[in-house]
Design a protein around this ligand. Structure first.
Ligand code: B12
Ligand code: SF4
Length: 472
């Protein structure tokens, strides 16, 4: 069987004028996971439109498309074209799970939720000539999975080829998050066995790892055993976790001990009413400042995530948030405009209140306002969002943030790290264009090894690969 797996891209990611580095960070791990279930005789290829031009003149038997909300229209276009040519099209992923009826107009089979149970069943049915039009995931487990087909990933096209997930979902249930909708009908948080996770880590070459788990620290027992097992592996890694888990004694120290150097933390908002309204209870009454100090004291860089446009937010929210982030010495920040993804509790509330402005999925990218905010005009929200980025990454602000660091070497490192990411974007763009992105990895490893309480050197840093609106 000839199988073609596609991760379609949103327009911006293909732009000949400017391609943000974030699209060349991580390979399509979901598709490589699904490819593991194919037979050895199957001819399979994965194409990721974020980093390569799709070859569309082939004639596969089965086309597999992963759909995110912002790439939905492109995914449908590709699906329609392949179906016209007689290929069987299977579609799954987050957006398909949220809106299966919409996706079903462009696919022969749609999949709801994670694919580890439904995909092998489909393959059996497909080979037997009786595939169903819809499969809904119910059995949630990561036990006994086939090996991820990392051999199908074009590693040289990614800055972070060693991305890895050792769990799925998250123990929390914030209103705006994709998680509840995607995992509906089964467990919403589960992990691999520690042994399997360690074995997967051992298979990855080099030193650097990026855990894409929504909340790597979410299961304390699993996380402690994992970190204990990783001690001595000589890895340098980045991940995401919550404020609450950072404040927990011991776990963070264990993580740093085995190589944690940068953490994505979902602060989201400084307003407790907003937190309550979004059911982000795990952040309520937590001392954000103490969490940041704890990370910095252990030599871990902070990538803080903030969301604008919640109901309590007014014109002041942008400056208040940015000033606070700078005063705390946060190295990098990602800002987002609140986006009600279909299927979430937030979306339902917005629909009931008649506040959704349109359903143009291309603009559901957390940079456009797609609902009517309570105390801001849509225009003020978008303008404030862009101003927040500008203000946070101004050289004077970077320098001010650096003043919060105790030593000169740490201050310089802050300047280099925070400045490197945003100020040298054209440089990253050029590296992507020249297909040299992979050559930057040793640089990244050198940078990360300069961090950490236990590191011997205090080398300066240049840039900060980070995830934007990825999770937690
Ligand atoms: C890595 C990542 C990225 C990477 C790369 C994505 C990639 N290479 O796959 C980059 C940086 C490019 C990225 C960009 C964006 N991302 Co992103 N990203 C993620 C992240 C952190 C991990 C994805 C991952 O690898 N998961 C692990 C693998 C194993 O799981 P998986 O990919 O979901 O695949 C499984 C299932 O989905 C299913 N499946 C998927 N496809 C199919 C197909 C079939 C046929 C079947 C059977 C099953 C199936 O089976 C797989 C195995 O279980 C997720 C958070 C998350 N936890 O999912 C956010 C997330 C997916 N991103 C999100 C967003 C919003 C974006 C951006 C719009 C951000 C922005 N502001 O620019 C862009 C746009 C992306 C686009 N092209 O449209 C949202 C998606 C919201 C939505 N409803 O679609 C998420 C959920 C983050 C969040 N919490 O809000 N992202
Ligand atoms: S926003 Fe983060 S903490 Fe909340 S449910 Fe989603 S992944 Fe978990």
């Amino acid at each position: 069987m000839r199988v073609k797996m596609i991760l379609p891209a949103l327009t911006e990611a293909k732009s000949p004028f400017f391609r943000p580095i974030k699209y060349a960070l991580f390979p399509p791990l979901g598709l490589a996971t699904l490819a593991g279930y194919l037979d050895a005789e199957d001819e399979v290829q994965i194409q990721d439109e974020h980093v390569e031009t799709l070859q569309l003149n082939d004639t596969p038997d089965l086309v597999v498309i992963q759909v995110y909300i912002t790439s939905a229209y492109r995914a449908y276009e590709l699906a329609d074209a392949y179906r016209k040519r007689g290929a069987y099209v299977a579609m799954g992923g987050l957006h398909v799970t949220s809106l299966p009826q919409e996706a079903a107009q462009h696919a022969d089979t749609v999949f709801l939720g994670p694919g580890e149970d439904t995909w092998p069943q489909f393959l059996k049915d497909f080979r037997g000539g009786k595939p169903a039009p819809l499969y809904r995931s119910q059995q949630r487990t990561l036990l006994g999975l086939p090996l991820i087909r990392r051999d199908l990933i074009k590693r040289h096209l990614y800055l972070v080829p060693n991305s890895i997930v050792v769990s799925r979902g998250c123990p929390h249930r914030c209103d705006f998050c994709y998680k509840e909708a995607f995992f509906e009908g089964g467990k919403g948080f589960y992990t691999q066995t520690v042994d399997d996770a360690l074995a997967e880590i051992s298979r990855l070459p080099g030193r650097h790892l990026y855990f894409l788990d929504d909340h790597l620290f979410g299961n304390v027992r699993f996380a402690s055993d994992l970190f204990a097992g990783m001690r001595g592996m000589g890895r340098l890694w980045q991940a995401a976790a919550t404020v609450q888990s950072v404040l927990r004694p011991r776990l963070l120290e264990m993580a740093v001990d085995c190589g944690l150097r940068s953490l994505f933390v979902g602060f989201e908002t400084l307003n407790p009413h907003n937190l309550r309204a979004q059911q982000k209870y795990q952040n309520l009454n937590r001392d954000y400042g103490a969490a940041i100090r704890r990370l910095h004291d252990l030599g871990v860089m902070v990538n803080g995530s903030f969301v604008f446009g919640m109901d309590e937010d007014d014109e002041d929210v942008f400056a208040r948030t940015v000033d606070w982030a700078i005063s705390q010495g946060i190295e990098t920040a990602t800002f987002h405009i609140l986006t009600p993804y279909p299927g979430t509790a937030l979306h339902l509330r917005m629909v009931q209140q008649g506040r959704i402005l349109h359903d143009n999925w291309d603009l559901y990218d957390t940079r456009h306002v797609v609902f009517r905010p309570a105390r801001l005009s849509p225009n003020a929200l978008e303008t404030g969002y862009w101003r927040a980025y500008r203000d946070f990454y101004r050289w004077s602000a970077i320098w001010q943030g650096a003043q919060s660091k105790a030593s000169w070497s740490r201050r310089l490192r802050h300047v280099a790290y925070a400045g490197g990411w945003k100020k040298f974007e054209p440089f990253w763009d050029a590296a992507i264009r020249l297909r040299q992105v992979r050559t930057l990895l040793p640089l990244l490893e050198a940078i990360l090894s300069g961090f950490g309480q236990y590191s011997s050197s205090e080398e300066n840093t240049i840039f900060a690969p980070q995830r934007e609106n990825l999770a937690a």
